[in-house]
Design a binder for this molecule. Sequence first.
Ligand code: GLN
Length: 451
Amino acid sequence: LAKAYLGRIAQSDLNAFIHVDEGLTLAQAAEADARIAKGDTTPLTGVPIAHKDIFVTRGWRSTAGSKMLSNYISPFDATVVKQFRTAGMVNLGKLNCDEFAMGSSNENSFFGPVKNPWDKIAIPGGSSGGSAAAIAARLAPAVTATDTGGSIRQPASLCGVTGIKPTYGRVSRFGMIAFASSLDQGGPMAQTAEDCALLLNAMTGFDPQDSTSLERPSEDFTRDLDKPLQGLKIGVPREYFGKGLASDVEEAVRGALREYEKLGATLVDISLPKTELSIPVYYVIAPAEASSNLSRFDGVRYGHRAADYKDLADMYRKTRAEGFGDEVKRRILVGAYVLSHGYYDAYYLQAQKIRRLIAQDFQEAFKQCDVIMGPVSPTVAWDLGDKADDPVANYLADIFTLSTSLAGLPGMSIPCGFGKGEKNAKRPVGLQIIGNTFNEAKLLNVAHQYQ
Ligand code: GLN
């Protein structure tokens, strides 16, 4: 199985992988074979998986899509990587992503953009673009990804695959290269909700090495997959269907809602009034945390160091000027600004307060419904290059995913049809399913019944 996937990866021109090492993969496959021969298996033993290159791995490079870490080899495995190894999964390699997971199109990667397998002139979405493209093109049956403001759901949507961002704290952040620590959350992508449930079983659980890890009893996320949906109340937020939503996306999402009605669900009109504010709030909080997290890349401890410099300060300056791309620098600047004395109250503190109100919006909504549904992305995948020089256009495309992250809630994307690209190509549309805290099993049930 591992060999077959390695063969497909070698033939692919999507640029989904940053680092492949056949020897390392086949050694893990041989270990899995030995376990299977002994009968020491889990449902995932021997199944290949590839990791977003934001999870550190022993042996493979761990780059975070950045020049800063382009040759960095971690001395340890991220908890998630370790969990999948313990389950017997076989690592196929490291997947391309936006630099430090900052982006919505995968065009911010030092290793170049990933192509969307459905239409190679289109972006795959971001920041987990390599992860989504690998599933869509059958380069891996399972992948890891991370979602800080939509990076699992949006690329899953634009590439027509299934992905789930669990409740904040479910999946360990230990060894996940940090972007915005109060938002970062790992999760799986695969072909189906059932596969995602099996992967979540292996990747969740309390980790004493992550200070925000949830201490909760372990769960079997497959337990409710087959429950009928009779009586399910689906909240449909008005704010997710207003202007700015492309008509082809709206049509596909409304078609999925009609299917849910046929499955016995009822639609409830709800309001998430602070939706629009999620963009300014997220783009204050995420850069603030990023500016702090990324201060560790100083040329001393990890990765790139400038070749010529006069003194220590000059070394820091040159290393960071050379090692970070434009979007990362932009966020460090914004983050340092909103945290600085005199501006902290006006921006950062204000954003934190509105973050709380956004979370309260959801709690109000969940008094009326069991899950919330809407689009993931306001449009289908756009063409590579179209918004590459327009950061604000990229930020605005995150409108439907950011608030879930700010509230720490679980969210999913499942394929629900196709829209049209500018040149009339077939481009996937994802349906977003949002649940209340800890309701992953419900989301997976709702997704599985549709699939
Ligand atoms: N597109 C958002 C950003 O650029 C979200 C990225 C993410 O979830 N990692 O920050």
